[in-house]
Design a protein around this ligand. Structure first.
Ligand code: FAD
Length: 283
């Protein structure tokens, strides 16, 4: 065997790894120092149901020993609806987070990795037919609902669509607030969904830290009945009400308890019932 000499190693051309499943960033919008949204090209073959998530990321740093680079991927809800020709994401910026410490700096024209295998439980198929759908979100948990609020099926299936979004500060509500406001005025949306259908949206934002017109955790506001009083809804009824939940693990657990107290049962893709839950992040 020919011994590998230093010069032989140096002569080996350094290969820049081609980005697997690359998609191009088309726009980026920063909402706060902790939140941003961005849009990327959509692979032609990607089919998904509004509300699902995919794995996205960037190439990781080279391994100091081998020099090899591996993709650094994280789960992300697709915030755009299934019919959109691009894909939208709504992201946290974790300053020491392996992915988002870098992802927050992407610019139009940059590439990201997108594994085209959508999955998730926040889909219409996982719920039994009902009259009113509740979307309960905290923080970036709004993302799957940004998709479902722009999905015509939501309005075909329900007479009323209640979206609650709870954040610490008012600025953290802005992505959702603006999306809903624009949705109701957008010509394409009106054509696709119908102005009368878009009028079914009831938006219920709350903050837990900064002063705002409605303060408090949504779990408490459900328990003390304020949500129902504010929206002029009697209460939650397992015959008519359906719910999708997306927030931190603690939020999901607390809300599950509240929903079960109203008689709603947790469903899944294979076993549709009255509510479904998805984590907005792990940790
Ligand atoms: C099913 C699913 C869907 C997800 N969808 C989204 C999404 O649409 N948008 C999004 O920003 N993130 C989403 N996440 C979280 C995402 O996968 C990453 O955790 C996030 O991008 C941070 O990655 P990171 O490598 O920078 O830090 P990580 O090492 O992944 O996380 C570091 C810490 O930051 C905190 N954290 C992570 N994500 C969030 C978040 N979204 N909000 C508040 N705190 C967080 C947690 O405490 C975590 O321990 C989702 C996670 C799951 C499981």
């Amino acid at each position: 065997m020919t011994p590998v000499t230093k010069s032989a190693i140096q002569a080996t051309p350094v290969k820049t790894p081609a980005l697997p499943d690359a998609q191009t960033v088309t726009s980026v919008q920063h909402w706060t120092d902790r939140l941003f949204s961005f849009r990327v090209s959509r692979p032609q073959s990607l089919r998904f149901r509004s509300g699902e998530f995919v794995m996205i990321g960037l190439m990781g740093d080279p391994d100091p020993k081998t020099g090899k680079q591996k993709p650094l991927l994280r789960a992300y809800s697709i915030a755009s609806p299934a019919w959109d020709e691009e894909l939208e994401f709504y992201s946290i910026k974790v300053q020491d987070g392996p992915l988002t410490s870098r992802l927050q700096h992407i610019q139009p024209g940059d590439q990201i990795i997108l594994r085209p295998k959508p999955v998730g439980t926040l889909v219409h198929d996982a719920l039994l037919p009902g009259k009113r759908i509740w979307f309960f979100a905290t923080g970036t948990g709004f993302a799957p609902f940004a998709s479902l609020l722009r999905e015509p099926e939501t309005y075909e299936k329900y007479d009323e669509v209640v979206i609650t979004h709870t954040c610490r500060e008012v600025a953290e509500l802005e992505y959702g607030r603006k999306l809903i406001e624009e949705l109701k005025q957008d010509e394409l949306m009106i054509e696709l969904i119908g102005a009368e259908n878009l009028a079914k949206i009831r938006y219920y934002p709350t903050t837990t830290r900064e002063e705002s017109p409605k303060m408090g955790r949504i779990t408490e506001l459900l328990k003390d009945g304020s949500v129902f009083r504010d929206l002029g809804i009697e209460t939650m009824n397992p015959e008519t009400d359906r719910a999708m939940v997306c927030g931190s693990l603690g939020f999901n657990m607390d809300l599950k308890e509240v929903l079960e107290s109203f008689g709603l049962r947790e469903g899944a893709n294979s076993d549709p019932k009255e509510y479904v839950v998805e984590k907005a992040f792990v940790g």
